[in-house]
Design a protein around this ligand. Structure first.
Ligand code: LLP
Length: 432
């Protein structure tokens, strides 16, 4: 925690708003975003591209956190966004996000989703497999329409990360394989289809990556492919989209480069490889999700029960848990926490910070160093902005928390807390 995160009362503050006031005003569990941090993250990426003098897009991967308000902020910052479902696309549309600045991803987009994308004039559809090429060409034919497309390829890079969140290796469900001729065949199909305008090549190697070599390797592979395609088909790519995955700080074990430094390394690699291979310098697109919203998010919970057992770490239970943040249970993801009214207090014990869900695995932080807590204390988990709310569930029929945006000392509700009535809104009584 930085000194700037603590106010005069000694409390945690988020964008100048006292975390205790937020907890009292909106109740807990509560997800809060420091909107200034989101803006800064986007601007830092843009600055690097501007300094390097390349064409670019920063395309926010909205699976990390999707709601009307976030698309508004991304749009205000001049960003693109990528969506992976009809639901994300719908949300972006309803937020007034310009459809021509949307990329549509996914390994099994449905006919209905593709039709929606074509009808709405989505900027680019990122083709993932042969079935989709087929489906999209049918749809374009039926609608007498055309679409920009990119081809997603697997560059054969295994980034060192949790196996569930690595995607660039050969054995992945995503994208066209580069080695076996799949990618070539896909390009042939796209180039032969006058309704498809081939806009660029895409790859994404994984998520929460710290090692810049993975990205450089990916950039290198894409340049090789671009060069091979120029030679073989006379097709020269306008865009290289290198995906997202830039790692962020969750605990002090994580020492990532500033996210924009990954980008600098990628840009330098693309520049040098293009020069080497006599390719025109394409625009470089990135798709960061986590690094844009992750560090900006704070989860506020209230302490309740406690279980002490001699010889074992104590359990301190919070009023949320795996329903609003599945990442620890699913990926053994780690977080840090502070007590909101004394974030700089000395740690006095190590406790298992657990949730309220009926599962032994509902542990938000194992062996978490904290000052002694009492029921009623507000605890904040840090850097929870990515893949927390967006992966939330109603497990145990717990309502999803509210989400608040804070900026320049002002807080505003952007997603209401679910009510019990919301939970049964789609339920129908069984009649026999
Ligand atoms: N582009 C594509 C094609 C992706 O599949 C992803 C993430 C991203 C961009 C954004 O990656 P980011 O910059 O956020 O790392 N639920 C997991 C992460 C899954 C990521 C899936 N794809 C987690 O909570 O760690």
């Amino acid at each position: 925690i930085k000194a700037s995160d603590v106010n005069q009362a000694g409390h945690l503050q988020i964008a100048g708003v006292d975390a205790l006031e937020l907890a009292a005003k909106y109740q807990t569990p509560l997800q809060v975003f420091d909107v200034g941090k989101i803006r800064q993250a986007i601007r830092a990426f843009k600055r690097v591209f501007e300094e390097e003098g390349v064409d670019y897009e920063v395309s926010y991967a909205s699976k990390a956190f999707s709601c009307l308000a976030i698309y508004q902020v991304i749009n205000e910052e001049g960003g693109h966004t990528d969506v992976v479902s009809g639901g994300e696309l719908w949300t972006a549309m309803k937020a007034g996000f310009p459809m021509d600045k949307v990329s549509f991803h996914g390994n099994n987009k449905s006919r209905a989703e593709l039709e929606m994308a074509v009808d709405q004039g989505v900027g680019v559809i990122i083709l993932d497999n042969f079935h989709e090429i087929d489906l999209l060409s049918q749809i374009l034919e039926e609608k007498d329409a055309s679409s920009k497309v990119m081809l997603r390829v697997t560059p054969g890079i295994s980034a060192h990360t949790n196996e569930y969140i690595q995607t660039g290796q050969v054995d992945s469900k995503f994208g066209f394989d580069m080695e076996s001729g799949q990618a070539d065949r896909a390009l042939e199909l796209v180039l032969a289809n006058p309704r498809m305008k081939m806009a660029g090549i895409h790859a994404h190697i994984g998520s929460q990556i710290f090692d810049v070599r993975g990205f450089v390797g990916c950039a290198d592979k894409l340049c090789q492919l671009a060069s091979a395609w120029k030679e073989k088909y006379g097709y020269e790519t306008d865009i290289l989209n290198v995906g997202g995955g830039f790692g962020i700080h969750y605990t002090d074990q994580d020492q990532p480069l500033p996210a924009e430094e990954f980008v600098r390394a990628i840009v330098k690699e693309v520049k040098s490889k293009c020069q080497e291979n006599n390719l025109k310098l394409p625009a470089i697109w990135i798709e960061p999700g986590r690094s844009i919203v992750g560090p900006a998010g704070f989860s506020l919970y209230t302490v309740g029960s406690r279980k002490d057992l001699p010889g074992y770490p104590s359990y301190v239970a919070l009023d949320g848990g795996m329903g609003d943040n599945i990442r620890p249970a699913l990926y053994q993801a780690e977080y840090s926490a502070v007590v909101a009214d004394r974030p700089q207090a000395e740690d006095e014990e190590r406790v298992n910070l657990v949730g309220k869900y009926c599962e032994s695995g509902d542990i938000l932080i194992k062996s978490c160093p904290l000052p002694k807590t009492e029921p009623g204390d507000v605890v904040a988990l840090l850097s929870t902005g990515a893949y927390g709310y967006s992966m939330a569930s109603n497990y145990n029929r717990n309502p999803r928390p509210a989400v608040v945006f804070a900026e320049d000392g002002v807080d505003q509700l952007v997603i209401k807390r679910e009510s019990y009535d919301d939970l049964i809104a789609n339920d129908l009584k069984y009649q026999k």
